[in-house]
Ligand binder design. Structure first.
Ligand code: ZN
Length: 345
């Protein structure tokens, strides 16, 4: 059945999209090679990671890779993956050779016998398996799950309800004109009145005591609507909790309070821990991509702002310098040793 989406469905989808973008937008990958296939596809990889928790990068030819859905995989004892199945945009699937694969027997006699009976039966096409070196798997986090797992049922339904109550309150507290009338207006029973109060701008209240010809009218408007204030507070607090639970960066305190406050680091730790987990998991994929000669550049991955990315690049540079230095020192050692020990005094 193709039902039209409700306003609630549309709103929930929009919220999910926005929240996914919060994750996708803060992941930055750069490469020292300006023509890096991984950098070009990073946005698509992140999108699938965020929504599905897993994705595959498939090598079409040297230097050309595409992002595809990762449908199936099994972890093996060697830290690698078996029985991988990917799905292309067209819907076509391809898999690696199954670990329990048995080569089909080629019984020429039987085949010619069968094709004798069924002359038009087409030969089954030979399956082309994926090769390990043309596929790189990426996972969103160490539990290999999507970013907003169950957020819909845990938070978005409640948030929608609060929003509906705010809407109701807005409508109910609209400015109204109350007419005091002498006689009951036909058809206006109690239920009708409640209904009118929620919907109407002009509202009749009859009071038999009124004998004045002109009757009275008064303008009603809500003041100090504490209830709606509370509803908005509830809404923002729940949204804030959602962001915290799912590790989305958000402003927890006012800007001026945030400066030089060591407590902030503690407050930041929930999303930093999740980001580190994600970083580690992505680095495995990036390393695999480098090992499979996808690109020979130096890849730097960071989370957050431009400044944070620059810091990451500098840090990586320092680590590499240190490694080079160590390597050099190790090379020099035998020479030094010879110089110090083998020289005749
Ligand atoms: Zn690269």
């Amino acid at each position: 059945m193709n039902q039209k989406p409700t306003q609630k469905d549309l709103w929930k989808n929009q919220q999910l999209e926005y929240l996914h973008n919060c994750f996708i937008g803060i992941s930055n990958l750069t490469c020292s090679n300006s023509d890096c296939p991984l950098v070009y596809s990073w946005g698509d990889i992140e999108k699938k990671q965020s929504k599905k928790g897993k994705v595959a990068f498939y090598k079409i030819s040297q230097g050309k890779w595409v992002v595809v859905d990762l449908e199936k995989y099994e972890e093996n004892d060697l830290g690698g993956y078996d029985n991988i199945e990917i799905k292309f945009k067209s819907g076509k699937s391809q898999r690696t050779k199954p670990t329990d694969y048995v080569e089909p027997k080629k019984d020429k006699g039987l085949i010619s016998f069968i094709s004798g009976i069924l002359p038009n039966k087409p030969k089954p096409p030979k399956e082309i398996f994926l090769k390990d070196e043309e596929i790189v798997l990426f996972f969103n986090n160490s539990s290999k799950t999507s970013n907003l797992l169950d957020a819909e049922t845990i938070y978005l339904d409640d948030l929608w309800e609060t929003k509906e109550r705010i809407k109701w309150d807005q409508k109910a507290s609209k400015k109204k004109i109350i007419n005091w009338v002498e006689q009951k207006v036909d058809g206006e029973d109690k239920a009708y009145k409640i209904d009118q109060w929620e919907n109407d701008y002009i509202f009749n209240i009859h009071n038999p005591d009124i004998t004045n010809e002109i009757k009275a009218h008064e303008v009603y408007s809500t003041q100090n609507n504490k209830e709606r204030e509370q509803l908005w507070k509830d809404y923002h607090e729940e949204l804030s909790e959602l962001k915290e639970v799912y590790g989305i960066r958000h402003n927890i305190q006012q800007k001026e309070e945030r400066q030089n406050n060591p407590e902030i680091d503690m407050i930041k730790s929930p999303f930093l821990a999740l980001e580190r987990d994600k970083w580690r998991e992505r680095m495995k994929g990036i390393k695999d991509f480098e090992d499979k000669k996808g690109c020979n550049g130096i890849h730097t991955l960071s989370y957050g702002s431009y400044q944070e990315h620059q810091a990451e690049i500098m840090l990586q540079g320092q680590v590499e310098n240190l490694e080079d230095k160590e390597e050099e020192e190790n090379k020099e050692k035998p020479v030094e040793y010879l110089e110090n020990h083998a020289k005749p005094n």
